[in-house]
Design a protein around this ligand. Structure first.
Ligand code: ZN
Ligand code: ZN
Length: 149
């Protein structure tokens, strides 16, 4: 018997931030829970500064250094992932592996589902021997709609 709480909203299979943190041996501090929740609830990938701003607006007591350190810790244990781009690193939720499309000019990051690129991933492996790692992260660079328009 696993102590899973019944009636989780919407039958979501992703456990709550507290559970995910404790599973990785991390204390479920308020900052960590808030940051994990924030990453999971946005489609976008956020820079440390954007995470800090978003938390401040919710009234959470944080400082930028703590936000940055927390994002690094979450990335180390696989609860989040970081995408390097032009500009600051952007962080995303780590629960569902995906590829990334990154704008070369503004650094905006978009998710690319694994399924849609299975053929491309296979071709790339045939041609180069390179295969996506555990995070599934293939990185594509280009110009986003705003920057190319
Ligand atoms: Zn991502
Ligand atoms: Zn752009």
């Amino acid at each position: 018997m696993i102590g899973r709480s019944p009636g989780e909203a919407g039958g979501a299979t992703v456990p709550s931030p507290s559970v995910r943190l404790r599973d990785r041996g991390l204390r479920a501090t308020s900052n960590r829970r808030q940051i994990l929740h924030l990453l999971g609830s946005r489609d976008a990938h956020l820079s440390a500064a954007e995470v800090y701003e978003a938390l401040r607006r919710t009234g959470e007591r944080v400082d930028p250094a703590t936000v940055y350190r927390t994002l690094e810790v979450l990335t180390e244990v696989g609860l989040a992932h970081a995408v390097d781009g032009p500009g600051p690193k952007r962080y995303g939720d780590g629960s569902a592996p995906h590829h990334h499309a990154v704008c070369r000019r503004c650094g905006a990051v978009k998710d690319l589902p694994l399924g849609g690129l299975a053929d491309a991933a296979r071709h790339i492996e045939e041609l180069t021997g390179l295969r996506p790692d555990a995070s599934g992260a293939m990185l594509f660079h280009g110009l986003c709609g705003a920057c190319s328009g």
